[in-house]
Design a protein. Structure first.
Length: 143
């Protein structure tokens, strides 16, 4: 599948780092270093604009290394890029660590996955079928 992309950054395009990788690294495109204090959040620009085909979405996810080593993750856990969005991709990050974290231009700040999705039509009903689990939730199947 081809996805149109405009790169207004001096960074390279997102790429898969290994043959088995599902996500492509998104690089920061900030003009000056961003120092993110503990519990502080910000939007990190990427300089990228994409045209994702209808029926697909972009999923922006945290990088596991940044999360476990530095506490840097996404404010919204997983970001969604809809196929009709045409603005710059900006990454909403938060520092959950206990030390300031500096983001430089070109740093790998998140990852992007392009995936197919289905749309649904609601079918209103008076009841829904019962299952073995039923209404049990939040730990009802065990630890």
């Amino acid at each position: 599948m081809n996805v149109k992309i405009v790169n207004q950054s001096s960074n390279p395009l997102p790429e898969y780092k290994t043959e088995g990788a599902s996500g492509m690294d998104l690089l920061a495109d900030n003009e000056t270093a961003i120092t993110l204090l503990p519990m502080q959040r910000t939007l990190v620009p990427t300089g990228l604009f994409v045209a994702i085909p209808s029926g697909y979405e972009g999923q922006v996810r945290a990088r596991s290394g940044l999360s476990i080593k530095n506490g840097i993750t996404l404010v919204n856990c997983v970001g969604t890029i809809d196929s009709d969005y045409r603005g710059e991709l900006k990454i909403p990050v938060i520092n959950l660590g206990d030390a300031p974290f500096v983001i430089e231009r070109g740093d790998r700040i998140a990852q992007l996955i392009i995936t197919k999705y289905e749309t649904i039509a609601w079918e209103e009903a008076d009841s829904i079928d019962d299952t073995e689990r039923g209404i049990g939730g939040f730990g009802s199947t065990g630890v």
